[in-house]
Design a protein around this ligand. Structure first.
Ligand code: HEC
Length: 121
């Protein structure tokens, strides 16, 4: 089978998958994890959130508890967190490094991280 045919087959399979979900009228899950288009179980979402939040620990401290001049993320209000991340992304907030980090994640991931950090006591 030629590559073109293989790709066409894969695309058809994906379309069938999506349309069957659509026909069943299945609601979109509240949380969407990293692999776009895939519905991951909650356990995967939790693990994924910890992994992406951990990319912030180097500067913001373990679990977001900072001991330096860089602000703590631990216990931060989720709405505030998500707003700030979007401002960094959209270049509406001064940043030395945060624009780059904000660009690396989706809105759903901001939400997930915001929830994670808000829960840290
Ligand atoms: C290389 C170090 C570094 C890393 C890694 C990093 N940050 Fe930051 N963060 C900063 C600095 C420095 C600031 C102050 C703004 C600036 O200069 O960019 C900041 C500010 C913030 C703020 C604003 C806090 C406030 O109360 O004003 C948030 C929210 C934030 N970072 C979230 C994150 C998240 C989420 C991650 C991981 C995806 C992350 N940061 C990774 C260095 C870092």
């Amino acid at each position: 089978m030629k590559l073109k045919d293989t790709l066409a087959l894969a695309a058809t399979a994906m379309l069938m998958c999506y349309s069957s979900v659509g026909l069943a009228g299945k609601a979109k899950p509240a949380k969407v994890c990293l692999i776009a288009g895939w519905e991951n179980p909650a356990s995967v979402c939790v693990a994924h959130t910890k992994i992406i939040a951990a990319t912030c620990f180097n500067c913001h401290g373990s679990n977001g508890k900072s001991s330096t001049a860089i602000p703590s993320l631990a216990g931060q209000d989720k709405e505030y967190f998500v707003t700030v991340m979007k401002e960094f992304r959209d270049n509406k907030r001064d940043a030395t490094v945060m624009r780059k980090y904000a660009l690396g994640y989706t809105d759903d991931e901001y939400e997930a991280m915001g929830e994670f950090f808000a829960k840290v006591k």
